[in-house]
Ligand binder design. Structure first.
Ligand SMILES: [Zn+2]
Length: 156
């Protein structure tokens, strides 16, 4: 399982990987942060994540992560759309290019893997099986976990 870990203020602590079946209490992220994980309540009977092992939050949601090539596809689609509007290109080659971009977009949408994300701390858990009781992001659940922005340390 790959993890993108965040602290209580949702600041990115870095990436870490845990081998399947391992439940280390302490791990070190690629940014050099030591992070303590609580696995006892985090895993269900099937060994799938039920809670966030970092903050203990009981609300996780499914999240589809798009690969970085998606940004390139969006720029390509916008460029082709602009070329069509300006009349630079038209006809069969233009239509073919738009269909290729549309096909790539659909393939990326269908093939991109799902991950779990914690409503509370926004940590992400990738390359791990997701239990069927986890649903997609929900605004009501998210509003329960919404936080005030972190306070400045210069207040006194
Ligand atoms: Zn969490």
């Amino acid at each position: 399982m790959r993890m993108i870990l965040r602290n209580a203020n949702r600041q990115n602590l870095g990436h870490a990987t845990v081998e399947d079946g391992n439940t280390p209490v302490k791990i070190c992220t690629d940014r050099g942060h030591e992070v303590f994980l609580q696995w006892e309540a985090a895993l269900d009977d099937g060994g799938q994540l039920r809670r966030c092992p970092l903050c203990g939050g009981d609300s996780l949601y499914r999240h589809r992560r798009f690969p970085q090539v998606t940004g390139f596809i969006i720029v390509l689609a916008l460029a082709l759309g602009l070329a069509g509007i300006l009349g630079v290109t038209s006809g069969i080659p233009f239509l073919t290019a738009m269909l290729v971009v549309l096909g790539l977009d659909i393939a990326i949408l269908l093939l991109s893997p799902e991950s779990l994300q914690c409503y509370n701390c926004k940590s992400s858990f990738l390359d791990t099986p997701i239990a069927s009781y986890h649903h997609r992001w929900d605004s009501k659940t998210a509003s329960r976990h919404r936080r005030a922005p972190p306070r400045s340390s210069s207040q006194d």
